[in-house]
Ligand binder design. Structure first.
Ligand SMILES: [Zn+2]
Length: 355
């Protein structure tokens, strides 16, 4: 079979579950918003700034990777800034052929200039509504749900969980915790997770990225996570194709892994795309999904991640369809709406590509 081109992949429908709003800004937007609020950047030329973000994130440590967010978060402290970033996020994803996306951000990080948590969520939703409407008018339909993230080193998870539940009928589809993993186990936020379970709400937890199996085990068996943000270290419980108890549980229970190949290579969780455990996890039939994590810091897109995997593992349209349907099955929107996107949008498009 001929190799799949990047342009073909752009045209194929894709679903994205793990993408940070503050990790996906356009470099030119960072420059303009920084100027408007008087924030100093390491570079003021958009192209050079874009390169700076990727280089800084390439350092190999999760802690330094997180430093790059000081600049993006600094320009997302006003309603105008948040709204613009969300609108452009929707437009960029739609242009890349993403038909369903869950975008996450931490409202508590956007309060430096006096916004309330509710104002932050309202501004982001307004931006997504605008962006999705504009994309649809241009013939590129995209559905976006948001996940509210609490920072794992902070102590606001209960408050953010309540905020997410309050906005559950207004576009928030789930909850997440993120930030440096070592030293901040998910069980620190057990009250928030137990509250969410009692509210019949969905959540994912960043676990098993920089840190290993105990973090994944806690996220699932103590906190009750529906999905694993990354979860890539589950391979530590697999020896020569033989699964340990935790890996078996994750696979057999069909717990979705939100894998982010380029991001993992940057933070050192994998040595290269070709050596990324996604190949093994695919072969062992885990519920694997492909994600961008931070498009700005990784200089990437959904289509680029798919193209890198197709090249590294010789994957074709059937694998890309499998990954896309896996993601759609694992989405936090209602089952009938997930099914409608699978049967009306994804399967017909891939049937043509497979023919
Ligand atoms: Zn992430």
């Amino acid at each position: 079979m001929a190799a799949i081109s990047h342009a073909d992949i752009v045209n194929a429908p894709k679903a994205l579950l793990h993408d940070h709003l503050d990790g996906g800004l356009r470099p030119a937007t960072v420059v303009e918003l920084a100027e408007a609020v008087g924030h100093e950047l390491p570079e003021t030329d958009p192209a050079r700034l874009g390169e700076w973000f990727v280089a800084a994130a390439d350092s190999g440590s999760l802690e330094r990777y997180l430093e790059t967010f000081a600049h993006t978060v600094a320009v997302m402290q006003t309603e105008e800034g948040l709204r613009r970033v969300a609108r452009e996020c929707a437009l960029d994803l739609a242009a890349d052929g993403v038909v369903y996306a869950e975008i996450r951000y931490a409202p508590e990080q956007h309060l430096e200039r006096g916004l309330s948590l509710d104002q932050v969520v309202d501004a982001v939703h307004a931006g997504f509504e605008e962006g999705c409407a504009e994309a649809a008018a241009a013939g590129k339909r995209i559905r976006i749900g948001t996940l509210l993230t609490a920072m794992r080193h902070a102590a606001r998870s209960q408050e953010i969980a309540e905020l997410a539940v309050r906005y559950r009928d207004a576009g928030v589809v789930g909850f997440d915790i993120a930030g440096a993993e070592a030293g901040f186990p998910p069980t620190r936020h057990l009250d928030a997770f137990e509250y969410l379970q009692r509210e019949n709400f969905h959540f994912t937890i960043h676990a098993g990225e920089a840190f290993g199996l105990p973090s994944i085990w806690q996220a699932i068996q103590w906190c009750g996570a529906d999905r694993l943000g990354h979860g890539v270290r589950i391979v530590d419980d697999i020896t020569g194709g033989s699964l340990g108890r935790l890996a078996s549980y994750v696979r057999d229970k069909r717990i979705p892994l939100e894998l982010c190949p380029s991001s993992n290579v940057q933070t050192g969780a994998a040595d290269s795309i070709a050596e990324h455990p996604i190949g093994l996890l695919h072969d062992l039939r885990f519920r694997v999904t492909v994600n961008t994590d931070n498009r700005l810091m990784s200089g990437t897109s959904m289509s680029r991640e798919m193209a890198l995997l197709a090249e590294a593992f010789g994957w074709g349209w059937s694998e890309l369809q499998w990954l896309t349907i896996n993601a759609m099955k694992s989405a936090f929107i209602p089952y009938d709406e997930r099914l409608a996107i699978i049967t009306d949008v994804i399967k017909p498009a891939y049937a043509k590509l497979l023919a």
